[in-house]
Design a protein around this ligand. Sequence first.
Ligand code: PHE
Length: 340
Amino acid sequence: MVEKIKTLIEEVNGFASNDAKEIEAFRIRFLGKKGTVPGLFSKLKQAKDEEKKVLGNAVNQLKALAQEKITLLKNNLQDFDAVRSPVADLTLPGDPLTPGTRHPISIVKNKIIDIFSKIGFNISEGPEIEDDWHNFSALNLPKHHPARDMQDTFFLKTNPELLLRTHTSSVQVRYMENHKPPIRTISPGRVYRNEAVSARSHCFFHQVEGLYVDKNVSFADLKQTIRFFTEELFGKSKIRLRPSYFPFTEPSAEVDVYWGLDTEADYRITKGTGWLEIMGCGMVDPNVLENCGINPKDYSGFAFGMGIDRIALLLYQIDDIRLFSENDLRFLKQFKREIF
Ligand code: PHE
């Protein structure tokens, strides 16, 4: 019987085929229910005890070889079919890769970063979960200030000392704590406010805030920087600064850019005035510099902050801020070509 198994093993080793039917017939012959291998196993039961081990090993070897052979041949067959089939015509041009698209918020953010890097600003980033000091106290926001109201700020349930930053001014505080002037930095990032979600406002949005601290920095420097920015981003350099109030800047101003009233859309966007509010700004309050370890006697600075989402809504003529965070591909795919 051992001899017979040896012959069968040789036969298995020698078998080759490119034909599915032949391979299947081979499988049935060796491994099928009534095939050679099961037949040998049943004969094994009748063998003498001393022969059982040797014979058992031989039959198992035959079985393993046959299985291996069949798998190998079947795999070859698939490759063979693939090469032969028209789908794999190697002379055909390749499948084009569909490139992804950038999110409109990223496009606008990158553009703003580009503009400020041209005039020497670097980028700084910080944590979205902040402490009271960096988001409020260091920025001259006293305990009773309305911006600290629960309605505006998300505090962490697990630790009410911590909150989701309401602006990226917190990054500016961190930057001043760790760097000496001259400082020129912009801080892009996501911010959170506890506001009702609607087409015009969301409980999270994106900002770019800027900070310039050096010797003899003046309000004129601030104005020039903003003019340069609006010219680069919108192609419009007519701006006006309206007196305003922020706890961390003194004096403070709101910046409007003259958008014009040429079209129906301009009329709607600017509510018939031609002017569009785009950011807040001011001279960094000496208290803030001091809180961050910079001597206000030696240095002065300006800061500004703007919402990216609002600018993106404007530039792309989108009328619902919620679209930015719904991840609807039909919306997102429209931003294939950048507008800048
Ligand atoms: N931090 C302000 C905001 O979130 C914007 C701002 C920054 C205003 C810097 C003035 C100076 O609205």
